[in-house]
Write a new protein. Structure first.
Length: 556
């Protein structure tokens, strides 16, 4: 993430020649040197300015020690952030912030309504001070550091970068969230110069970030009444493909309606440009409202009364985004939905669940056959989505015994375990026609191994095929007969490279569905290869005696 402490005269502690109490640093000008001892020196105003810079810098460092060094813990109040109390000094906060001045000078012997603890210090909850948005511990400490020192420290990388190694971290969700949290604190605690700086930073994020990541920026702009930032976010979302359901569920009503109005004005005046069946849309909305009520029985009733299907309503997508995990599980048990169906934005239900980062929903989808290798239109898999939403701190923190694991880390582990269980899903994600030859070679290799297993280990291979549920797979039926027959394979002259890649991938996925066949072959490969030739299945001794005449190749 870029350094937050960008040049700004309003944030510099050296931009004024006066201390915070309004008095000058100097009481009288220094005496003039005698002509005999006079040396070339800087002008008096430069010397005074240099001394002032040193003095203010030292003052800033000393005040920072009050905040960071436990040896200088002279705090007289506490603010609880993420369950951890942070000691603060009411005199400093009251002098720097009108909000804290009003808070600490309120009724209750200066406690300002805070809950007084046994030690006599009033205690405040950050969630009560900033009810409109979340402020994490790192962001709050960064904010306090600015109040104490007048300097904005760089964002801690553990909370401002994601765990995707391919990300540049210039506009990923952790980077955005950290600035958003700082802006919530700066706005509520009434620090206008910091609000101005952070607004400029978020304006730079809006165009570079994914549209889903613009939503938290829009929300903080609404709560902080930052009209320039709000207008920028609305225009960015209006240009995107974010659907109306997401607008209604995630944005304030006024902002959602303004985005819809901009989109309607931008549409061409063609009568057939967007024909929507109102009855069809009404039935879909009813299904969604039933899901909001966690009423799967009502969903079944609505489906039976109309020709709308779960896929037509994108019901699994909707449930994965907004419903409880139990509702998702019950909906999947109906068995009438395609768990790998992509919506208009190119997202499968697993992609939506990855954005929500709910382990139970991800497991339910994977259990019902959701593919972890499916990618969005911009090439993101479910695990990539999770990684770009997860902070380095949450991913790298070690879980103590009897402590609940971080959900973001659990989601990544589940998806990566699914990738390892079916490694071919990642390797064979062919998007370029140039890779078709490699895929064809891999398919040929797998077909040879399957045919080898069924020929020499029929019992073990049969068990493996049953485990893989591959006997009913069309790609495997007649595999041996096609190998032994001399018939040429049919070639579709109209098949495009993309269609060919999909066909080859389908066959490879069928051959490696569970890896059971590969396990059977690997188990017996070494012992069998020491005794036989792969092609003619003769003994090693017979093979060595006849290899000149037969031209066979030994397995060993």
């Amino acid at each position: 993430m870029a350094n937050l402490a960008e040049p700004s005269s309003s944030l510099s502690v050296t931009s004024s020649s006066y201390l915070s109490n309004g008095t000058s640093v100097y009481a009288a000008p220094p005496p003039a040197p005698s002509p005999a001892t006079a040396l070339p020196s800087a002008p008096a105003n430069e010397a005074g300015g240099s001394l002032e810079v040193v003095s203010l810098s030292k003052l800033s460092s000393n005040l920072e020690r009050l905040l960071l060094d436990s040896e200088f813990d002279c705090s007289d109040a506490e603010i609880v952030v993420e369950g951890v109390p942070v000691g603060v000094h009411r005199c400093i906060l009251a002098a720097r912030s009108r909000f804290f001045h009003d808070l600490f000078s309120g009724a209750g012997a200066g406690a300002g309504g805070g809950c007084r603890q046994e030690g006599g210090k009033p205690r405040y909850e950050i969630s009560e001070l900033v009810p409109c948005g979340r402020v994490g511990r790192e962001a709050f400490m960064n904010f306090l550091s600015y109040l104490y020192t007048g300097k904005l420290r760089p964002a801690p990388p553990e909370v401002s970068v994601c765990v995707d190694p391919m990300c540049a971290h210039d506009a990923c969700r952790p980077a955005i969230n950290f600035v958003v949290e700082l802006l919530y604190a700066s706005s509520v605690f009434q620090i206008p110069e910091l609000v101005s700086l952070l607004q400029r930073r978020l304006l730079n994020f809006v165009e570079k970030a994914l549209v889903e990541d613009v939503i938290p920026i829009l929300l903080v702009a609404v709560h902080s009444q930052l009209n320039q930032l709000l207008s920028h976010c609305i225009k960015r979302i209006a240009r995107s493909d974010l659907d109306n359901i997401s607008l209604d569920k995630q944005l304030p009503h006024e902002a959602a309606e303004e985005i819809k109005l901009i989109r309607r004005k931008a549409q061409p005046d063609e009568p057939n440009s967007s024909i929507v069946d109102p009855i069809h849309e009404k039935r879909i909305r009813r299904i969604h409202r039933a899901l909001d009520s966690d009423d799967v029985e009502l969903v079944k009733l609505l489906l039976s009364e109309s020709d709308i299907t779960l896929d037509d309503a994108n019901a699994i997508h909707y449930a994965a985004a907004y419903c409880d995990s139990k509702v998702v599980s019950e909906l999947l048990e109906l068995g009438s939905a395609n768990v790998n169906l992509k919506n208009d934005r190119g997202y499968t239900p697993l992609h939506v669940a990855a954005m929500r980062r709910e382990p139970a929903i991800i497991v339910s989808l994977l259990t019902k056959g959701a593919s972890a290798s499916e990618t969005t239109s911009d090439g993101q898999s479910a695990v990539m989505i999770c990684r770009r939403l997860t902070r380095a701190k949450d991913y790298n923190t070690k879980t103590q015994q009897c402590q609940e694991s971080n959900k973001d880390r659990v989601c990544i582990d589940i998806l990566e375990r699914e990738m390892r269980r079916n490694p071919m899903a990642v390797e064979d994600a062919v998007t370029s026609p140039l890779l078709a030859d490699d895929l064809q070679m891999k398919l040929l290799y797998l077909e040879n191994r399957v045919a080898f297993a069924r020929l020499f280990f029929p019992t073990e291979a049969k068990v493996a095929m049953e485990i893989a549920q591959a006997e009913t797979t069309s790609e495997l039926r007649g595999l041996l007969t096609s190998r032994s027959s001399s018939n040429l394979r049919e070639v579709d002259l109209n098949e495009t490279p993309t269609m060919q890649n999909k066909r080859l991938r389908s066959r490879v996925d069928s051959l490696t569905k569970t890896g059971a066949i590969s396990h059977i072959v690997r188990k017996f490969w070494i012992s069998f290869s020491n005794k036989t030739c792969l092609i003619c299945a003769t003994s090693r001794r017979e093979h060595l005696m006849s290899k000149r005449s037969s031209g066979c190749v030994s397995v060993s």
